[in-house]
Design a protein around this ligand. Structure first.
Ligand code: ZN
Length: 280
């Protein structure tokens, strides 16, 4: 029996031009659009996903921390953090307390934590998992370190000192439109695929359950409608790369019924409950 559960770690508001960039603007202008935008989206969930598999429990992403509300948490000099995000995470919303509520000891009961990418709202919960296997795409790891990583929206200064994740290159077999994969479980029913565009080396996780397939998309797309409409987020480093990722997910879902589960899609939990597949 393989099952997937959404675990919400608070919410985030972003600029509408960040959620959906203008498709007729080049990358530099889309980034400027985000900084000039004065509107907010509705509060968007910050989801992690917990997968139960015969080999154990697997967590996808680690969510956001309540400490973002403390002064100096975000680098003062970075306009994106100053202008572009409005985060609401209470201490009890963090992944540690959320897992404990489910009867799970965060640092003892998980087989692995897999991270889509190291942006703050996916990696700020890492301190809960000192003794747990943590898996990150090698390219994303390299893009997230140091000043370059901070400029790209990661917060390496908050990574725990022990943080030394297992960094994967993709050498596993092809899965439909995804030329290379990386198996997470020995039986191959949970595997990672490359979904670049939102950030260098971004990955998604495919879970082949008995009755349907789940696509844990991280920020490969912010929601299902954007994917179907082929609209790319304003943060993307390359619109063509992001579009190729959206098209690959759509193509994958045409070959097998696939429930799309992005990190910030307000309808993800409802689709998950109904196992409603993507029609793209
Ligand atoms: Zn992100």
């Amino acid at each position: 029996m393989i099952s997937v559960r959404a675990v919400k770690t608070g919410s985030i508001r972003i600029r509408p031009s960040h959620r959906a960039g203008r498709m007729d603007h080049p990358v530099w202008r889309r980034r400027l659009d985000m900084l000039r935008d004065r509107a907010w989206t509705e509060p968007l969930p910050i989801y992690t996903y917990l997968v139960e598999h015969p080999e154990g429990l697997f967590l996808f992403d680690s969510g956001e921390t309540a400490r973002t509300a403390t002064k100096g948490f975000f680098p003062w000099w970075h306009p994106f953090f100053k202008l572009g995000v409005d985060i609401h995470v209470a201490p009890d919303d963090e992944i540690g307390p959320r897992l404990r509520t489910l009867g799970i000891d965060p640092d003892a009961d998980l087989r692995a934590v897999v991270l889509s990418h190291l942006h703050h709202d996916h990696a700020d919960g890492l301190h809960n998992f000192e003794n747990t296997r943590i898996v990150v795409g090698d390219e994303n790891w390299r893009a997230s370190r140091g000043l370059r990583g901070t400029i790209s929206g990661a917060l390496p200064k908050h990574w725990p000192s022990w943080f030394d994740p297992e960094r994967i290159a993709f050498a596993g077999p092809q899965a439909g439109p995804f030329a290379r994969t990386h198996p997470i479980t020995a039986d191959g029913r949970i595997f990672a695929v490359e979904t670049p565009g939102h950030m260098l080396g971004h990955l998604s996780v495919v879970v082949r359950a008995d009755d349907t397939t789940y696509f844990l998309a991280g920020d490969a797309t912010y929601d299902e409608k954007l994917l179907c409409d082929r609209v790319v987020d304003g943060a993307s480093y390359d619109v063509a790369t992001s579009l190729a990722t959206l098209d690959a997910i759509a193509e994958f879902s045409r070959a097998e019924p696939t429930v799309l589960l992005p990190a910030h899609d307000p309808l993800a939990e409802e689709r998950l409950a109904e196992k409603r597949p993507l029609h793209a």
